[in-house]
Design a protein around this ligand. Sequence first.
Ligand code: MN
Length: 161
Amino acid sequence: MKRILKYLPLLVLITISACNMDKKSSEISAQNESVFPKGELLNSENFTGTVYLKMMGATDSTLHVSYGNVTFEEKARTNWHKHPGGQLLFITEGKGYYQAKGHPAQLLHKGDYVEVPPNVVHWHGAAPDSKFAHIAVSLNTDLGGAIWIGPVTDDEYNFKE
Ligand code: MN
């Protein structure tokens, strides 16, 4: 009994540490969890790398919006493109970039958002070392869908200027 009492404080300390570690690892996994469903693997010539898409709303004649969750694996990205009616991006996971043609790429993290003005040529996608997810909202879709221009080459992706 005396021996148990001697080691009791140590036992309590170990138990508390173990609980804290559990808390920390659950906080980290919560940060990495997807907010919205990942959807299906996207098979499109307008993207480079592995991309998943979950469309969320039906384009209709009243709201003129089309939106979905786009998840990019490391290095995956859209082609250069533009939206006649503009687009909003809400970053929900990871780290990636938005780049308007002729401007340096903007580094984006979970919680950031981007307003893409109508007809600005741009791309968006994951960082080389991180997956990336955003909700993409295409606006004023009565003006037309995305106009695709061509791939973001590895040189363009690596340089980002
Ligand atoms: Mn876009």
